[in-house]
Design a protein around this ligand. Structure first.
Ligand SMILES: NC(=O)C1=CN([C@@H]2O[C@H](COP(=O)(O)OP(=O)(O)OC[C@H]3O[C@@H](n4cnc5c(N)ncnc54)[C@H](O)[C@@H]3O)[C@@H](O)[C@H]2O)C=CC1
Ligand SMILES: O=C(O)CCC(=O)C(=O)O
Length: 530
């Protein structure tokens, strides 16, 4: 039974599929402190959060069973991604579910700041009928600058056109062509700052976007600009903004987000007559909360059940067409990595992976992650390495990963070859998927073989001499080790050869040592593949 902890208020309807799952039990405990979470997280396989819970390295350290942190929303700045990746914890988000809702909130804020709605409301309910103080401006024919033309920024631009606005868009990934298709103008930050009447930011908060609008930009800003931030506190320098409003550079600002949330009681935004605020409500609609909770619950279920998943933040996404080609090779790749790792003596220095055949056509990085996982799991423990942290752990240990590709796979449609270079030796294993047989190891070092990569195997290197197979069989039999299958590979009659035995149960270490002592045997190793 998988245990899921929901530590923020998340839509009940959205997490219903987790509650209904027979193999999952869900505990809802919103509002726990870091200490309280540390005390209980050890028993959970998954943690579901919105934006209140700060998922720290300390919490993840205590989460010995934690496989996944699901964020019901877009921004994952409340989760220590580096710590999650190091610990192999998958972090997923729900990037699409609240796009429209946040875009609509941006418009609510833009119109509220253009027409002084909150200020006028306060006076009216306070008994004052003030029709002179709140002269607003139209959106029509105004220039809107959109910083960050991703999901939300693009939707904002689309709707702004319906208001008759001219749109300047800036995004490192926005091309002239795409901008033209969207009916907007590609601009720089400087263009927007100098020319826009309204500006709205829709980027993540990164070292690059932190204070991307600060004193330097306010100095050259078009006078009378109105600014909206429904993305992340800190993209616009709060202190510099207050000064710009006071100097009359900025006519008004609408902020849904703060550098520190909740803001301190004496935060200047809270009392400024020209700055309106909401308490991070961008995603707070019934629809968005259901959408993000449904999306994230579905992915958490997939991860817990070891099924394919999407939206992992600390792992590059695999496009569906690539996944379709690669997925059948994931198990093979991991087993090849694990097999060669068990074969090889010495400290691993380099993993060389060669993809031949059709596999060479696609981005094979996800498969390389599985192979690396297989290699490292032998040394670091299967529970310590997964496809999220395998490359990271290899890098941390200065293990070089080299990938080669060739379209020719000789006798196979596809061939995956993994070579390990260690401080002592270089060993190779290659495998493929055989129709009707599944994953097969077809080469060990330079010997052709045909071995199913599963269970208990004994890998023997010997001289090709009569009687050797019998001697090995007799010795194993007398120690109650039953041979289920056997493969012999040699290049020259009477030359060096290898033998791969599949045995029903693992042999004692002493038995393997005895086998290795037989005459004409060079080495014997037990390999265990799960
Ligand atoms: N207020 C709220 O409740 C909500 C806030 N958000 C926040 O809104 C922001 C945008 O969300 P989405 O549109 O879904 O994300 P997205 O990932 O689709 O778009 C972000 C865009 O910002 C661009 N970008 C990155 N660095 C940039 C830079 N230096 N200059 C200009 N553009 C840059 C990226 O290329 C990307 O296109 C995020 O910070 C997210 O956390 C999202 C939902 C709700
Ligand atoms: O969960 C929330 O309400 C915050 C939404 C948000 O900021 C996001 O999805 O990035």
């Amino acid at each position: 039974m998988f245990k899921v902890l929901v530590s923020d208020p998340i839509s009940d309807l959205g997490i219903q599929q987790l509650v209904d799952a027979a193999d999952v039990s869900v505990d809802k405990k919103p509002g726990l402190s870091e200490d309280e979470l540390v005390a209980i997280i050890g028993e959970y396989d998954a943690l579901l959060v919105r934006s209140q819970t700060r998922v720290t390295a300390r919490i993840m350290d205590a989460g010995k069973q934690l496989k996944v942190v699901g964020r019901a929303g877009v921004g994952v700045d409340n989760i220590d991604l580096e710590a999650a990746t190091q610990r192999g914890i998958i972090v997923i988000n729900a990037p699409d579910g609240n796009t429209i809702t946040t875009c609509e909130h941006t418009f609510a804020m833009m119109m509220a700041v253009a027409r002084h709605i909150p200020q006028a409301y306060l006076k009216t309910v306070g008994g004052e009928w003030d029709r002179k103080s709140f002269l607003g401006v139209e959106l029509r024919n105004k220039t809107l600058g959109v910083m960050g033309m991703g999901r939300i920024g693009s939707e904002v631009a689309k709707r702004a056109k319906a208001f008759g606005m001219n749109i300047l868009g800036y995004d490192p990934f926005l091309t002239e062509e795409r901008a033209a298709e969207m009916g907007i103008k590609l601009a720089s930050v400087d263009d927007i700052v100098r020319n826009a009447d309204f500006m709205t930011v829709h980027t993540p908060l990164t070292p690059e976007t932190r204070h991307m609008i600060s004193s330097k930009q306010f100095e050259v800003m078009k006078k009378g600009m109105r600014i909206v931030n429904c993305a992340r506190g800190g993209i616009i320098d709060e202190q510099a903004l207050v000064e710009a409003v006071d100097q009359g550079i900025v006519a008004g600002a609408a902020f849904d987000v703060f550098e520190v949330e909740p803001p301190a009681a004496d935060h200047p935004f809270l009392t400024h007559p020209k700055i309106i605020v909401t308490p991070h409500l961008g995603a707070s609609t019934v629809e968005a909360q259901e959408n993000v909770a449904i999306d994230v619950s579905e992915q958490v279920l997939h991860i817990l059940r070891d099924e394919p998943f999407i939206n992992a933040v600390n792992m590059p996404p695999i496009p569906a067409n690539v996944r379709k080609i690669l997925q059948p090779y994931f198990t093979l790749g991991e087993k090849l990595g694990n097999f060669v790792s068990q074969m090889t003596d010495g400290a691993v220095k380099e993993i060389v992976v060669s993809y031949s055949g059709d596999l060479a056509e696609v981005d094979t990085q996800p498969l390389t992650r599985y192979i690396t996982r297989g290699v490292l799991a032998h040394h670091l423990g299967a529970d310590q390495v997964n496809v999220v942290n395998s490359m990271h752990l290899a890098k941390e240990r200065s293990v070089n990963i080299v990938v080669n590709k060739t379209h020719v796979a000789k006798d196979f449609t596809n061939l995956v070859t993994v070579t390990l270079r260690s401080s002592k030796e270089e060993r190779t294993v290659a495998g493929t998927l055989l129709t009707g047989y599944g994953p097969r190891i077809v080469q060990i070092d330079s010997y052709p073989v045909d071995v199913a990569p599963e269970g208990n195997l004994i890998l023997i290197s010997h001289n090709d001499k009569p009687g050797i197979i019998g001697r090995v069989g007799t010795l194993l039999g007398s120690n109650d080790v039953n041979i289920a299958a056997m493969q012999v590979g040699r290049k020259l009659v009477g030359g060096a050869a290898i033998m791969v035995l599949t045995v029903d149960k693992g042999a004692a270490k002493s038995v393997i040592e005895e086998v290795a002592q037989l005459s004409d045997l060079n080495s014997a190793k037990e390999i265990h593949l799960v």
